[in-house]
Design a protein around this ligand. Sequence first.
Ligand code: 5GP
Length: 225
Amino acid sequence: MSNSTPSDRGAERSVNRPGMNVRRGVCLVLAAAPGGGKTSVSRALLDSEPELALSISATTRPPRPGEVEGTHYFFRTQEQFDAMAAQGELLEHARFLGRSYGTPRAPVMAALQAGRDVLFDIEWQGHRQLKARMASDVVGIFLLPPSMAELERRLRGRATEAEEEIARRMEASREEMRHWDEFDHVLVNNDFAACVAEARAVLHAARTHRTRQPGLGALVESLLR
Ligand code: 5GP
C-alpha cells in the first residue's frame, strides 16, 4: 500500500492508463478459394477499419495490369525472394501455382507491438505457418463461395486470365477449400455486406481478448486497490 492520497492515486492512474491499455494488435488472416471474394471483402474491411492495415506480401509472380510495386505486392525475382527467406525476413512463405509468396516479418511485428491490426490476404499454407509460430496472435477467417458455379463465374470475370489459367485456379480453389477446417471462423460469401459485417465482428471480438490487453491485470489491481 502506498502513502499517496486518493487524489494522487487518481493522477497516477490517469498517467498509467494509456500505457497500460495499449493492446497488442490482431493478426487477421482472410483466406478463400481464388474467386471466393477475398479481395473485395478485404478492401471493405480496410476501408471501414482505420486501425487495420494490409500486410503487403513479396511474390515472384509478375505484376498484373494495374498492380503497383509496394501497394499490391513487392515483386521480386526468385533469387531475391530466396535470399529474403534465408535471412529470416519472412514470417511465412509458400508456393502457389508455381510462384513464391511470403509475408515480410518486420512491418507485422512493428504493427502488433504498436497495437495496430494486420490483415493477411494469404493462402492456407501461410495461415498454417502463422498459426504454428504466433498462435495467440492469429485469428483465421475462411470465406466459402456460395457455389462452385459462382466461383467459376467470378474467376471468368477476371478478363485478363486465359482458359488454362482459369482451370488451374479452379483446381487451386478446390485445394484451398479442403483446408476450411483449419480456420477459427468460416463465412459463406453469399451476401457481401453481411460477410463484411461478420468479418468486422470477428475483428472487434478479437481486440478485446484478454491476452491482447497486457495491462489488464494492473488495471484491475488498481481498480480494486
Ligand atoms: P494472387 O497471385 O492471385 O495475387 O495470389 C495467389 C494466392 O496467394 C492467393 O490465395 C493469395 O491470398 C496468396 N498469397 C498472397 N500473398 C501471400 C503470402 O504472403 N503468403 C502466402 N502464403 N500466400 C499469399
